[in-house]
Design a protein around this ligand. Sequence first.
Ligand code: OMP
Length: 237
Amino acid sequence: MKRPIIALDFPSKNEIALFLEKFPVEEKLFVKVGMEIFYQEGPDIVKWLRSLGHDVFLDLKLHDIPNTVKQAMKGIARLDVAMTNVHAAGGRKMMAAALEGLREGSGNSQQIPKLIAVTQLTSTSEEQMNREQLIKVSLKASVVQYAKMTYQAGLDGVVCSALEVELIKGNIAPDFICLTPGIRPRNSAAGDQERIVTPERARKIGSDFIVVGRPITQSENPLMAYQQIKNEWNGVQ
Ligand SMILES: O=C(O)c1cc(=O)[nH]c(=O)n1[C@@H]1O[C@H](COP(=O)(O)O)[C@@H](O)[C@H]1O
């Protein structure tokens, strides 16, 4: 069964340990380490999660000049993560430099983490993008443009809303990875997310990975919430 990626958005290792205690030890999870916990605990949090047997998506959304991103990626390459990301808005040169950094950091081995780029954050609406970023096209057109740049830079895929997956795969390639956060089961609060989709719809649309945070981490019964979302994501009744 495909595993939803759980966003471990907690302020400390201790809180993550308490959360993980709710899952059977033999259940190997796919978890996301983002800025909140990484800036508290540093790379050790990734090493610890790997030692427990979980797969890690390291979501630090790098966005800086090409050289800085390249050097940072050399460090990330040594953390044994399955996937990591940058912001496509950093440009093609930056994304290509990120890939170079990952390759060099891993000693040019074949086994480098998947590298994907954030298009428009799922918390961004079309109206906000037009008004604040002065991007005067539709949100979908902007996402596809970022996805094309990402593909041309040689990356594996993008982070987008499931609402844009069909368009991206149609314009680029069916196997271009679309990882989709902004997942909300029916009747759960959107919070700060704008472009939301249920796990079932994300499956039908063709998302390759879904990322789910608060609907699991803030649930009264995280294990049950995880299993329900996992079943829905896999089309299991
Ligand atoms: O790169 C990401 O993971 C990401 C990109 C994006 O466009 N939107 C987005 O929500 N995310 C991350 O996905 C997670 C979503 O969490 P919830 O909204 O709690 O399900 C958060 O950790 C975000 O940082």
